[in-house]
Each structure stands twice: as C-alpha cells, then as structure tokens.
Write a protein that binds this ligand. Structure first.
Ligand SMILES: O=C(O)CCC(=O)C(=O)O
Ligand SMILES: [Fe+2]
Length: 324
C-alpha cells in the first residue's frame, strides 16, 4: 500500500494561531542525581540513531508543574472559547497534512528552549550520547548526527532547541494520525541560522501515574509491509489488542536494562518502553518525564499518536536544531 506523504500542520498553524503564553510558564529544575537516584541512560528504540528515549528526564515535580500550567493556559486559550452546548469540532486536515486531533498551545520562547537545553541538561545528555562509544560518530557511519541533509560529509553541531514550544493535551478519543515531521530552517539572534533535525517529545504523564490508557507514539520503520490503517487515528482501532511485548531495542539494551534496575525500578527495562503492534509498528508508551527523540526531515519515519482510550495525555514538543 502506498502511503501519502503527510506532514504535520505546524507551518500553517504558525501563521494563523495565537502565539502567546498568557500565564507564566514554570521554571524547571536542573537534574539532580545521587546514589539513591542514579542518572538514567539513553535507550535505543529504533537504532542506531532513529528513535531514542531517556527515562526520567524531567522530575516528578517539573512534570506536575507543566501539566498544571497546560491545564490553566488551555482553560483560557481553548476551553473558555468552546460553546459547551455544541459538539466539539472534529478537525478536517488540509490536503497534504495529517489528521491531528489534540489541544495545543504554542509559543516562541528562546528562554524556555534554553531552560530545557541548558538547565534541564539536554545539551549534556546530547553530548554524552554522541560521544558514547556505542552511538558515537565512529559507530554510526552514515547516520551520524553530525551529517545532515545539506552536506553529508561536513561535521555539524547541535546548537540548541527550537524556540517553537508546543504543548499538547490529548483528551479521551483524540489522536494524531500518521505523518512525517519536517525539518525547519530558522534564524534567530541567539542561534543564528539553524536547521531542525530531531523531534523532541517529553511525555508529562503515563499509565503508571495517571488515568491515561493508550496514546502510544508508533513508528513505522521504512520497508515495512503493513502500514497504519487509513483514516483518523491510524492503527488506533487495533489498539485494544496489544501487540507482542517483543523488544525492538538495539544492542545496548542489556546495559540500559541493568542501569534501569539500579534505579530501583525493575519494570523499567528497555523492552517495557516499546513493543511491536500486529501491524508491525513500534509503539512507545508515554512515561512520566520521559524524553523521546526521533530523527526528522528527510530521514523521518512515518509515525502517529494512537487514540487515548482513557484519561488525558500531556506532551511537550520542540526540536533539536543544528548549525546549517
Ligand atoms: O503526541 C505524540 O505522541 C506524537 C506527536 C507528534 O508526532 C508530533 O508532534 O509531531
Ligand atoms: Fe510527529
């Protein structure tokens, strides 16, 4: 089956939607690890550099403050504008754009992006990742983070995060259909010209700490025989039949399993972050505070967010940007 190349509708909404944060967003903390709370590690979901997760990137306190902020901001920006006597509109995607049914606030903030990159430690995590002997430049020829679509040979460096900050709330019944995330070229006083290369998603809640059921982010590796069901929510119709719990993580799994166990959370093994659906998609379950990064632009995998079957799913979204 040929799948139409659908992208998410960021570019169009950038021009039309309100771009402000009315309330003050929370100041997030620096990571603090100790012998009782050892630093978590990167776990490869689809390797070597396509999809990776970093559990407990944000603290419980920070995810709580962000959810509270999203709830309050959305009450003003979205819910207060909705007429409760009328059914909620079902979004109709523009041609070429993916079906996206979630509530979203979006604002431009150099300060917020810098807080996540510098203070919350993503810059250090990124450096550690690309200097790691298993992921580092030597071991990922051709997929190296420093080679980009513009010039495969030149070494390029990550310089920060996109200032375009997006926060999603999926209500029960909402989903984000199959799509590709596009790479965006931007220019700012702080970073100069940049090209986005990786999508950053931070899950603010999960099934273990909230009512949430469902809402997995699913990736369809290239060359797969089966693809998502057409229509809203993609493969979500099959979601109640959970896929096999097979691990699709790369070879570093052992190492990461043991480090997760030393966190005192033995269920947090590499395999518990992802599983394979009957249609071959690789599903990542939202976990409170977990960071997910995936390559986007030309190398983006088709992906979708499955239907939320119960409760709410809260996600923070930005991108890692590179020098051009
Ligand atoms: O909410 C998710 O799990 C995925 C979001 C996504 O694909 C996007 O923001 O482009
Ligand atoms: Fe996406």
């Amino acid at each position: 089956m040929q799948h139409q190349k659908l992208t998410c509708d960021d570019a169009s909404t950038l021009e039309t939607e309100e771009q402000t944060s009315l309330l003050e967003w929370p100041r997030l903390s620096s990571p603090s690890y100790s012998s009782t709370r050892p630093a978590p590690r990167w776990v490869t979901v689809l390797g070597p550099t396509q999809v990776l997760v970093f559990p407990n990137f944000l603290s419980v306190q920070d995810t709580g403050s962000l959810i509270e902020y999203i709830q309050q901001e959305m009450k003003i920006q979205i819910d207060d504008k909705i007429d409760p006597t009328k059914p909620r509109p079902r979004p109709v995607p523009k041609p070429g754009y993916a079906f996206r049914d979630n509530d979203r606030i979006q604002f431009q903030s150099e300060e917020f992006a810098s807080m996540l990159w510098n203070k919350c430690g993503l810059r250090d995590r990124w450096t550690e990742l690309w200097q790691h002997p298993k992921y580092g430049l030597e071991s990922v020829h051709g997929e190296s983070i420093t080679s980009g679509p513009r010039n495969k040979k030149r070494v390029r460096h990550a310089v920060g995060l996109s200032h375009n900050i997006r926060m999603y709330r999926y209500q029960t019944g909402q989903s984000f259909g199959p799509h590709y995330d596009e790479s965006v070229t931007d220019i700012s006083d702080q970073l100069g010209e940049t090209v986005s290369e990786y999508t950053v998603l931070i899950y603010l809640n999960g099934e273990r700490d909230s009512e949430l059921l469902g809402g997995e982010t699913v990736f369809y590796p290239k060359g797969m025989k089966t693809l998502p069901a057409e229509g809203a929510g993609g493969a979500s119709g099959k979601q109640s039949k959970k896929g096999s719990k097979a691990s699709v993580s790369a070879s570093n799994n052992q190492e990461n399993n043991s480090s997760s166990k030393s966190n005192g959370n033995s269920s947090n093994s590499g395999s518990s972050f992802s599983y394979v659906l009957p249609n071959g998609g690789v599903a990542v379950k939202p976990e409170r505070g977990m960071l997910l990064v995936h390559k986007h632009g030309d190398d983006c995998m088709l992906h979708e967010a499955l239907l939320v079957n119960r409760g709410f799913k809260y996600v923070l979204r930005t991108d890692v940007v590179y020098e051009p």
